[in-house]
Design a protein around this ligand. Structure first.
Ligand SMILES: NC(=O)c1ccc[n+]([C@@H]2O[C@H](COP(=O)([O-])OP(=O)(O)OC[C@H]3O[C@@H](n4cnc5c(N)ncnc54)[C@H](O)[C@@H]3O)[C@@H](O)[C@H]2O)c1
Length: 316
């Protein structure tokens, strides 16, 4: 991706954990100067060295045109929210997934932000109207929900609240497209938006299949990894079924609609994920991967994502 030459390129990341630090890379790589703020100074301190390492890896995989050092130089740690917000055009909020924490932060931003700043929230499922309602900044707040890590997986869901202005949506669409993200518009607020609702449907069935002794965790994972996931890495569920019947999607619905209806009817009981089931799945997963190896495996995942991104960019 080419660095931008636009002079007004100053954004801020508020909350520099897993997702915030990833956003910092996505913006800096696209030529933005990025201010990084976290309520916990130890977290913001770690963010820049971590980002520098990831940038080296991106370079190795051919996913960075500039030198990692030049990109890292655009990352700055700041000590207060005021410093983070002052004079920036865009804030990517990435604090904890809690309505009270996000509301408190929005009230603080409302107090100090100038008239123009736009705020995108990384919220995974809490809609903006739950924490950004009835403030001076409300027309300039929306959800910009990424997948982790945002510098490797391009999709971002934009979800306006009823108080978000159309201009804000348009602005964030062009900002996100400009840094190389793939924008999805969620047209009405709904808990979990589109991505996590799709994931919830799949996980609901995965937990139930395991609970009922139908398949092991490994075989359920394998079904997605070596089956559904192959097509899903380049086409979605509607295109998948359109191609899976001679006459297209209507033909597919005609042939297999009754089967899917019967499956759906077999899953009417719903409760929270059961603690006993969680501990069964935990012990099953731990046989494949020890807790101490989780971080190493995350690095492995990110390497695979980089290889995948590099191959995909070559094909485009
Ligand atoms: N982890 C994921 O896979 C993922 C994916 C997409 C979206 N998200 C969303 O991104 C957001 C952040 O998630 P995460 O996984 O990075 O969590 P995290 O716990 O790694 O990071 C959250 C950070 O926010 C900081 N923080 C809390 N209150 C703050 C405040 N008032 N001001 C500044 N910093 C504050 C914390 O110190 C912490 O470092 C959440 O809304 C989450 O749902 C997460």
């Amino acid at each position: 991706m080419k660095p931008s030459t636009d002079s007004n390129k100053l954004v801020s990341i508020v909350g520099a954990g897993l997702v915030g630090a990833g956003w910092a890379i996505a913006f800096a790589r696209a030529g933005f100067t990025v201010r990084i703020f976290d309520a916990d100074p130890r977290i913001s301190e770690q963010a820049i060295p971590w980002a520098a390492e990831q940038l080296q890896e991106l370079k190795k995989h051919g996913l960075l045109e500039e030198s990692p050092r030049d990109v890292s130089a655009r990352l700055t740690r700041v000590a207060t929210l005021e410093e983070a917000i002052s004079g920036v055009s865009y804030v990517q909020e990435s604090v904890l997934e809690r309505t009270d924490v996000k509301r408190q932060l929005m009230e603080a931003i409302n107090h100090i932000a100038d008239e123009k700043v736009i705020i995108g929230s990384s919220s995974s499922g809490i809609p903006a109207s739950a924490f950004a309602h009835d403030l001076r900044i409300s027309p300039r707040v929306l959800i910009a929900h990424p997948v982790n890590p945002p510098y490797l997986v391009p999709v971002v869901e934009l979800v306006p609240s009823p108080q978000t202005s159309a201009e804000t949506v348009e602005c964030v669409d062009s900002l996100m497209t400009g840094i190389g993200q793939s924008v999805v518009h969620v047209r009405k607020e709904i808990e979990g938006f589109v991505l996590n609702r799709l994931q919830a449907a799949l996980l609901r069935e995965a937990w139930a299949l395991h609970r009922d002794g139908i398949a092991t965790c490994e075989d359920i994972d394998k079904t997605v990894r070596d089956g559904l996931g192959w097509r899903w890495s380049f086409m979605g569920p509607f295109e998948t079924i359109d191609l899976n019947a001679p006459g297209g999607v209507a033909d597919y619905a005609n042939r297999l609609g009754p089967l899917y209806y019967s499956i759906m009817q077999s899953r009417t009981e719903d409760g929270p994920w059961d603690p006993q089931l969680i501990s069964q799945v935990e012990s099953d997963r731990r046989q494949h991967l020890a807790v101490d190896d989780l971080a190493k495996r995350r690095d492995w995942r990110d390497q695979r994502l980089m290889e995948f991104a590099a191959r995909r960019i070559k094909r485009q």
